[in-house]
Design a protein around this ligand. Structure first.
Ligand SMILES: [Zn+2]
Length: 398
């Protein structure tokens, strides 16, 4: 079996490419300039059928003309710069110190994007895989609505992968699942009155407060899974409505961030909240929130904010191939665990049922932090493991 290794020139090119990616801001719905840069690089490196799809994802192909498809999947968008004064590096400077490249999205997940593109580069140079195809998919709007862009790619653009590798940061370990997520809005209703005579009204904030206590108690009793652990519940926002500040509020909205463990569904999560409402005997309702936006290409995005959990068996051929590829390239057996955060896998595995596994450069604890950084050596290693994974799966006799 071939061992993949980026040569010195390719390592330099990869570094320059990653610096460009970090220097081009790409908040959700504004990924256009970054997409353009990726298209240029894919074409320069000889990927096939490079194009931008209707929602703004960039895809490019390598390998045979037909046969099974492995998708390398990563998102182009980043969160915003938080706590800008605390950064000691320019978030868009892509400064390099020894082996580390600093900047917004260096870890989550422009390092992964660069690794995917250069993994395809290695395959192209070797004329592999011969028994199937690899599609590199750089998707939009993962941060606000994970899975939306992959759904468009698979359901509307007709890209049909047989297996998916998510290149989110995993510190070069294997992730074979993640907890899911649902965002809920609970609304309490009251009756307005002049605040000088509150007894004539019914205060929607007081009703909401009773529910918040009920929800705090519920949070301790959520389902547990032996692998993914317990679900969680956090009230993350509260807003009331009243005619003025001297009126009793007639409405109060709570937002709940609910992380779902295996076995929990939209229906079970809603039913728990409805039971809490019934127990408190208050006038309130609960619904799943909706994400709406226009992508940078003008595609109208609309999705309920429900992202199911998923787990793939440890002995699944995709996981086994990734473990073999890591051992062969890096000389060590990777740990096999799960991600605490949500990814495009919520759609590919959780909705579409496509075998999915995770592996990427960068420490997940670096994501969304001040002075985010990634090891350049690890980005190169990830590229080499991706190439090897494709061969393990699609041309195992090489
Ligand atoms: Zn991410």
């Amino acid at each position: 079996m071939v061992k993949f290794q980026l040569n010195d020139e390719e390592r330099e090119e990869l570094t320059a490419f990653l610096q460009d990616l970090v220097r081009i801001p790409s908040p959700p719905t504004q990924e256009g300039p970054l997409a353009e840069r990726i298209v240029t690089e894919m074409e320069r490196l000889g990927l096939r059928d490079v194009r931008v799809d209707r929602i703004g994802n960039v895809i490019g192909w390598v390998g045979a003309d037909a046969g099974p498809v492995l998708m390398l999947n990563g998102h182009m968008d980043t969160v915003g710069v938080s706590n800008a004064e605390a950064w000691t590096h320019d978030p868009f400077g892509a400064q390099i110190e020894q082996d580390r490249l600093y900047g917004l999205g260096a870890c989550d997940m422009k390092g992964g994007l660069a690794a995917m593109v250069y993994g395809a580069r290695l395959l192209r140079r070797a004329g592999l895989p011969a028994g199937g195809r690899v599609v590199v998919a750089c998707v939009v709007q993962e941060e606000p609505c994970e899975g939306l862009a992959s759904r468009v790619l698979i359901e509307e653009e007709g890209v049909r992968p047989d297996g998916v590798l998510i290149a989110e940061p995993s510190d070069l370990q294997v992730a074979r699942g993640q907890r899911g997520r649902i965002e809920l809005q609970v609304t309490t209703y009251g009756r307005s009155a002049h605040a000088s005579q509150p007894e004539l009204g019914e205060n929607a904030i007081y009703t909401a407060a009773r529910l918040v206590f009920g929800l705090e108690l519920l949070a301790d009793q959520l389902a547990k899974d032996p692998f993914l652990g317990q679900g969680t519940l956090a009230v993350t926002d509260i807003q009331s409505e009243a005619g003025s500040r001297n009126a009793v509020p007639y409405r109060c909205d709570l937002i709940i961030d609910r992380r779902l463990t295996l076995g929990e569904t939209e229906a079970t999560a809603l039913a728990e909240i409805q039971r809490t409402i019934a127990r408190e005997g208050v006038h309130a309702d609960v619904q799943v929130t909706e994400y709406t936006a226009a992508s940078y290409t003008g595609y109208p995005c609309r999705a309920r904010e429900f992202y199911p959990p998923w787990v793939i068996e440890e002995d699944h051929p995709l996981v086994a191939a990734l473990v073999r590829a890591t051992r062969a390239q890096l000389g060590r057996r990777p740990q096999v665990g799960y991600w605490n955060f949500s990814t495009e896998g919520a759609y590919t595995a959780g909705v579409a049922g496509i075998p999915t596994v995770g592996f990427g450069p960068g420490d997940p604890r670096q994501a969304h932090t001040v002075d985010e950084s990634v090891s350049l050596k690890d980005v190169c290693s990830a590229a080499e493991v991706y190439a090897r994974l494709a061969v393990e799966l699609l041309t195992p006799d090489v």
